[in-house]
Design a protein around this ligand. Structure first.
Ligand code: ADP
Ligand code: MG
Length: 696
């Protein structure tokens, strides 16, 4: 898109603030803005006026339908389209859309996972408009971002707890700011999700049942070339990919998604898109739209977009870095300032985040747990499964000085009254970027790097917001109504005590090293390597109490989340095991029978001619051994999967998949991959890693 067109078309498909200002009567606009910034209730008269304006606008843009767009526990988005038509007696039709239809919907979505919260006979759930994320038009449908709730008020989705956690954080952060004499309207969390993905040729994708059915390759021997030459990272972008990226930007900009940075990533065929950060709910909605558009637009260019965390072994997987900060009326609270007063405020917020992450390592870990992400965390390409915080040398020195009550002895130029240096100066020197840390301070925000590429970031942010809210609450409560003179002293004492108690979470070294897990264990940090290890944390007593205390999730909702995640893990692995069995029996074994049969025929023919075919004979023997190994492994996998599938208890079934089915899958893959190395190219039934990763 030409640059003048960009500014004209940016946000043209969004019912955003400027459209609202233009189309709503002034009092209505004011009332709606209040609802949006304060999170107040919307009254029905206002809703009717907003709905009318929204419909008129949508019709002008060519929309014929509307949908309540929501995020069930699967994490992906769901929609059911309703047209605006209301037929009249004379056979013509009106196009209508009421305030009630805007505010509340009833999708009868009884087949979504509810983790036992609803039996299907009482399946009614309803959707409720989230005015903090604007409506938009996608494929001629007016999409209204909504929360999805049961009739008894329980959250059936990812968005509701996220919104509740932002309310909790807003409340506690405001209490803290009051202590600093600041009366702000709202404190929101800001999120900038960096999305990684792979693009491969559509024809290769279509030839791989594993990619189609499970999103990742379940077989494939090591390619001759991987990512070792480091030429792809930030390298020049293939023309086809460039065309894809251009179209994607254009489409996203029209939808008001602030797509900013695009580049090649470390693995061949891997790319990244980073938008400019926004308020939490909107940023997550925009990330989900981005993921949907990526898939759609790839198909316009003969490509397929893979959003799985680990589409290919032997090269890096994909993550989604969750850049996170707090903003009070537009001012970043994690931005170190150069006035002593704000310096202290920064240190309070910093301390709260550090303590929150240490105290709730288990929840941080479980918020990113999935079968797909298990392939990344712990492998030397992504952060380890151990949660730790990177602060950088300078800020770490500040923390140590605060703990030890010593003078900060780095190269900082300015000393300050509080016993800590002027942080703005310190931070300017913080150029160190530790890529191996799961949770890193990057100048004026934290970056949570454990999130998987296909995950909905609501879970991670819901945990982070609630955990930080708890610490802010603790600080504000401890300070109480103190005299101003004592406040600085008391605050510093609290910071010192809190940092001392939670310092173990700070690790500035190499998270990929072999020493780190040993050291982490000494420090008492958790190391939950797999999803089944982590999931039970969701229903631990103290965690339920935390979410209940801040009205983010009830015990029933936490249980539901646990059951639904546990079920999803087992279901995904069951699919993967099933696909492996299918591909082995229907593709790999027949191909190997053909190849070994043809070579055997050659051996026989040559023998008739009195020629000893030594190499061919050896090859047939090797292929036959391989076929036997595969046949044995596939039978074993089938058996193990059947055994696991029969288990009803959500914890036991997941443990069984991890301990028994995954090893059987690994064994089968190894046997097949061994044969791929020696099977004739024309016989091998699916495209190889060499072909898929290095297309032109
Ligand atoms: P890197 O690759 O070095 O991590 P990028 O520029 O790709 O950095 O991504 C940084 C992300 O952080 C962007 O999405 C950016 O908008 C976001 N970001 C910057 N400031 C904030 C903030 N205050 N709150 C949340 N996200 C932020
Ligand atoms: Mg990053």
């Amino acid at each position: 898109m030409a640059s003048d067109k960009v500014s004209a078309e940016y946000g043209s498909l969004v019912f955003n603030d400027s459209v609202m200002q233009e189309r709503l009567p002034k009092p209505t606009y004011k009332e709606l803005s209040r609802v949006i910034t304060r999170g107040d209730q919307l009254d029905f008269d206002i809703a009717n006026e907003v709905a009318h304006a929204m419909k008129e606008w949508a019709l002008e843009k060519g929309a014929t339908h509307f949908t309540h767009w929501f995020q069930p526990l699967t994490g992906i988005t769901s929609e059911k389209h309703d047209s605006f038509i209301t037929p009249k007696k004379d056979g013509s039709t009106l196009m209508t859309f009421s305030g009630k239809e805007l505010v509340q919907g009833e999708p009868d979505a009884s087949s979504f996972p509810s983790g036992g919260l609803r039996a299907t006979f009482e399946a009614r759930g309803y959707t409720a408009w989230d005015p903090t994320s604007p409506a938009f038009i996608k494929d001629e449908v007016l999409c209204i971002p909504t929360a999805f709730i049961s009739y008894t008020g329980e959250a059936l989705d990812k968005k509701t707890p996220l919104l509740r956690s932002t309310v909790a954080l807003d409340k506690q952060a405001k209490r803290v700011l009051e202590l600093f004499g600041k009366h702000v309207t709202s404190v929101v969390t800001t999120i900038g999700p960096e999305q990684e993905y792979f693009l491969i040729k559509e024809e290769d994708y279509a030839a791989r049942p594993d990619l189609i059915l499970s999103g990742r390759t379940l077989f494939g021997c090591e390619p001759a070339k991987g990512q070792e030459l480091e030429e792809h990272y930030f390298g020049s972008i293939r023309p086809t990919v460039n065309e894809f990226m251009k179209e994607l930007d254009d489409e996203l900009w029209k939808l008001g998604v602030p797509a900013k940075t695009k580049h090649n990533e470390v693995a061949p065929c891997q790319h990244e898109l980073a938008p400019i950060f926004e308020g939490a709910s909107m940023a997550i909605d925009h990330n989900l739209v981005t993921m949907e558009k990526m898939k759609l637009i790839a198909s316009h260019h003969g490509l397929t977009c893979l959003e799985h965390e680990k589409p290919f072994d032997y090269v890096n997987g994909s993550g989604k870095h969750d850049n996170w900060s707090l903003s009070a009326d537009g001012k970043n609270l994690l931005d170190p300032s150069d006035t002593p007063e704000e310096n202290l405020q920064f240190l309070v917020f910093l301390t709260c985040v550090i303590a929150a992450v240490d105290k709730h390592q288990d929840l941080m870990r479980v918020s990113v747990a999935s079968a797909g992400n298990d392939h990344r965390l712990g492998a030397n390409e992504a952060p380890p499964a151990i949660v730790s915080i990177f602060l950088g040398d300078d800020l770490n020195a500040v923390v140590e000085a605060l703990i030890n009550g010593t003078e900060y002895a780095s190269h900082s130029r300015t000393k300050m009254d509080l016993g800590v240096p002027m942080l703005a100066d310190v931070m300017q020197d913080t150029t160190d970027r530790n890529r191996t840390s799961p949770f890193a301070f990057t100048g004026n925000k934290f970056e949570f790097r454990m999130c998987g590429s296909q995950q909905n970031l609501s879970d991670a942010n819901m945990v982070l917001n609630t955990a930080v809210a708890e610490m802010l609450d603790e600080f504000a409560t401890t300070m109480g109504p103190v005299y101003e003179a004592d406040f600085v002293k008391n605050a510093l004492a609290w910071i010192k005590d809190t940092l001392t108690a939670h310092q173990r979470i700070i690790f500035n070294g190499n998270g990929y090293s072999d020493e780190w897990p040993v050291e982490a264990e000494k420090r008492g940090l958790l190391n939950m390597k797999t999803t089944p290890d982590a999931l039970p944390c969701l229903v631990k007593k103290e965690n339920i109490e935390l979410f209940e205390k801040y009205a983010v999730c009830s015990e029933a909702e936490m249980n539901a989340r646990y059951v639904s995640k546990a079920e999803q893990y087992a279901k995904l692995l069951n699919i993967e095991a099933g696909v492996m069995v299918y591909m082995t029996r229907h593709l790999y074994l027949p191909a190997l029978f053909d190849y070994s049969g043809d070579i055997a025929t050659t051996v026989a023919t040559k023998a008739d001619l009195g020629i000893e075919a030594k190499s061919e004979k050896a090859l047939v023997a090797q292929l036959t051994d391989g076929i036997d190994a595969i046949s044995e492994a596939v039978a074993e996998l089938e058996e193990k999967n059947e055994e696991a599938k029969a288990i009803a208890d959500p914890k036991k079934i997941d443990d069984e998949y991890r301990d028994s089915v995954i090893p059987a899958m690994d064994k089968l893959r190894a046997a097949v991959d061994e044969m791929e190395k020696i099977c004739g190219h024309d016989y091998w039934p699916v495209p190889s890693y060499n072909k898929m990763l290095f297309y032109v």
